[in-house]
Design a protein around this ligand. Structure first.
Ligand code: UDP
Length: 239
C-alpha cells in the first residue's frame, strides 16, 4: 500500500547530532545510511525534498567562542562542518540511487554547487534531493534559520524537523520529567512566549512571518518520516 501525501515539496531539517549515532562525535555511516533510507522512502512517493543538516556533531560556533575563539571564525568553522555532513548524506543517498545536489551558501566550487536559487528550483523539479549546506553563509545564524530561509525561497509547503529521542514538542523536557505532555499543535507565539525548545527565535519568527508550518517529529522510528508525510504517527504541528 502506498501512503498518500498532500505534500509536493518539503524541507527536512535534522541536526548534525542525528548523524553521529552513539559515537558522541562525527558521522556514523550506518546512521547516515538509515536516514538516507528514510529520505528515499519519501522521495519514492514523488515528493520534492530539500534538506538542511546542522553541524553540531562536528563543531558549533558558540562552543568554540566560549573557549576563547573569535566568534565569527568559530561560526565559519561550524558552517564548514555542515558541508561535511551534507557530503556524507549525499554519498549515502546516491549509493541507494537518489540523485542529490549539495548546494553551499559559501562557494567551494570543487566540492559542491554554489547557491543559485533558480538552479536549485530546477534540481527539485527534476526530483533531485537538494541539500543546502553552509547554513545561511553568515555568522551569528543557525541551521534552523537556514532551513527556514531556504524553505521559504524554495516554496516548501512545510518544514519537517526530525528529532532524536522525542516525537514532538513537550511542555517540559520529556527526558527529565515523566509527566511531560506532548502538544498536538502550538502556535509560533506559544513557542516564543513559553520558550519551547523547537528552533531558535529568529528561525521561528521567519517561519511565522511567512506562514510556513513546522512539523516536529521523531526520527528514531523506521518509516517515521514517510508516515508523518501521510499524516500518520505522532508529531507536533507549529503554525
Ligand atoms: N552557523 C552559522 N551560520 C549559519 C548556520 C550555521 O554561523 O547560517 C554555524 C554556527 O556556528 C553553528 C554551526 O554552524 O553553531 C552548526 O550549526 P547548528 O548549530 O545549527 O547545527 P545543529 O545544532 O543543527 O547540529
Amino acid at each position: 500500500e502506498t501512503p498518500k501525501t498532500k505534500y509536493n515539496r518539503v524541507m527536512l531539517k535534522i541536526s548534525g547530532e542525528a548523524l553521529m549515532g552513539d559515537q558522541g562525535f562525527g558521522l556514523h555511516p550506518p546512521t547516515v545510511q538509515r536516514i538516507a533510507q528514510e529520505v528515499k522512502s519519501v522521495h519514492d512517493l514523488g515528493v520534492e525534498i530539500c534538506m538542511v543538516i546542522g553541524g553540531g556533531n562536528i563543531f558549533r560556533g558558540l562552543s568554540g567562542s566560549a573557549q576563547g575563539m573569535e566568534r565569527t571564525t568559530a561560526d565559519y568553522m561550524g558552517m564548514l562542518a555542515t558541508v561535511m555532513n551534507a557530503l556524507g548524506m549525499q554519498s549515502a543517498l546516491e549509493e541507494i540511487g537518489v540523485f542529490t545536489r549539495v548546494i553551499s551558501a559559501i562557494r567551494m566550487d570543487e566540492v559542491c554547487e554554489p547557491y543559485i536559487r533558480r538552479r536549485a528550483v530546477r534540481h527539485l523539479e527534476k526530483k533531485r534531493v537538494c541539500i543546502f549546506a553552509a547554513g545561511t553563509g553568515n555568522p551569528y545564524f543557525t541551521t534552523d534559520t537556514a532551513a527556514t530561509l531556504r524553505a521559504n525561497e524554495m516554496a516548501c509547503e512545510a518544514i519537517f524537523m526530525g528529532k532524536n529521542g522525542v516525537d514532538g514538542v513537550y511542555d517540559k523536557d520529556p527526558k527529565i520529567h515523566e509527566d511531560a505532555v506532548r502538544y498536538d499543535a502550538v502556535t509560533y507565539d506559544d513557542v516564543l512566549t513559553k520558550r519551547l525548545r523547537v528552533m531558535d527565535a529568529s528561525a521561528i519568527a521567519l517561519a511565522r512571518d511567512n506562514n510556513l508550518p513546522l512539523i516536529v517529529f521523531g526520527l528514531d522510528e523506521p518509516g517515521g518520516f514517510r508516515g508523518i508525510l501521510a499524516g500518520e504517527g505522532t508529531y507536533t504541528k507549529v503554525q
